[in-house]
Design a protein around this ligand. Structure first.
Ligand code: PBG
Length: 326
């Protein structure tokens, strides 16, 4: 056979970067920040090496550290001082996220995104309203429509505090429309919504639930988060969010769901985000700690793969480390 086609010609050092199709840059990344109203000091998160829960007073210094690496956007999660059945600290004007966002927005140039959900704020740990049924037994199913009003209030309180963008993560049907309506009524027509449009009921959230105290006290999230077996359903989910006015479409987790990232990229024109979740971070760290994997290389390859699959934006615990290295 005559070898006229030799793909190896373009793999030499001088030309590799000219022909590379995908790049990870700091401006594509969002760094998660955990603000904790129950602590007066920074506390390391054991299952996510390098990450901490910080008190409200440390939110600005924490965000400044992130900005120094070149990352420009942060996603703020809150751990409230107290929890109740309805999660009322989630929309309190003096709530943990509201105070932190106010400070970050006033004192830094970060682009501030907030996670809009109830699970960190409810005593039962579910992402919506649970009521007792007629016999007084606790409801095991999140009440969808009763939850919508609360999500609207939370998003509005975040925008009031200075959030640039809100990101509902509860997988409640109709959440994007409810939030859009509430933001618009409050005069925040320019605050975009990044919907966790296809969020799966994933075992890869384990370390986050430690970090944010958000594990359900009973039951699981199968009746609202998506079944990992389903990819076509993700496109239906995303379509609904698009119709309700979502500005950015997120898939979560990222690596085990690259087919979904790629499907959403193909079917929709909107910017696509992927959430490289806590378990994806923790497993690379655990293997690297044992000397079984190279942390920097595997982290970079993971992010490159997420972008190659079609994500424009990656929300990742590796943001700072990667950006600092780029
Ligand atoms: C809350 C929320 C979760 C994550 C982000 N927002 C937890 C969950 O749904 O159980 C997980 C993020 C991660 O694992 O990094 N709705």
């Amino acid at each position: 056979m005559e070898l006229t086609r030799r793909p190896r010609r373009l793999r030499r050092d001088g030309v590799r970067s000219l022909v590379s199709e995908t790049e990870v840059s700091a401006s594509d990344l969002i760094a998660p920040v955990f603000v904790d109203a129950t602590t007066a000091q920074r506390r390391p998160i054991e299952s996510m090496p390098g990450h901490e829960r910080v008190p409200v007073g440390e939110a600005v210094p924490r965000v400044r550290e992130i900005l120094e690496t070149g990352v420009e956007a942060v996603m703020v999660f809150g751990i409230p001082e107290s929890k109740d059945r309805r999660g009322s600290r989630a929309w309190a004007e003096d709530g943990v996220v509201q105070r932190a966002v106010d400070a970050i927005a006033t004192e830094t140039d970060a682009y501030v995104i907030t996670d809009v959900c109830l699970c960190e704020y409810t005593s039962h740990g579910h992402c919506g309203v649970l009521e007792d049924d007629a016999d007084g037994d606790p409801d095991l199913t999140v009440r969808n429509d009763e939850t919508l009003d609360l999500l609207g209030r939370i998003a509005l309180s975040h925008a009031d505090a200075g959030a640039d963008m809100v990101a509902p993560s509860g997988m409640i049907d109709g959440m994007v429309a409810a939030i859009r309506e509430s933001l618009d009524a409050g005069g925040f027509t320019d605050v975009p919504i990044m919907s966790y449009a296809a969020k799966y009921e994933s075992a890869f959230y384990g370390p986050f639930r430690d970090a944010a105290d958000g594990a359900p006290a009973f039951g699981d999230r199968r009746h609202y988060q998506m079944d990992p077996a389903n990819a076509r359903e993700a496109l239906r989910e995303v379509e609904l969010d698009v119709r309700q006015g979502a500005d950015v479409l997120m898939v979560k987790p990222a690596l085990p769901y690259l087919d979904v990232v790629s499907g959403v990229r193909r079917e929709f024109d909107h910017p696509v985000a992927a959430y490289n979740v806590s378990g994806e971070y923790a497993m690379l760290h655990a293997a690297a700690e044992r000397g079984w994997l190279d942390l920097e290389e595997t982290a970079h390859e993971s992010l490159l793969s997420i972008k190659r699959a079609g994500a424009d934006i990656v929300l990742t615990y590796f943001a700072e480390d990667l950006a600092a290295r780029l």
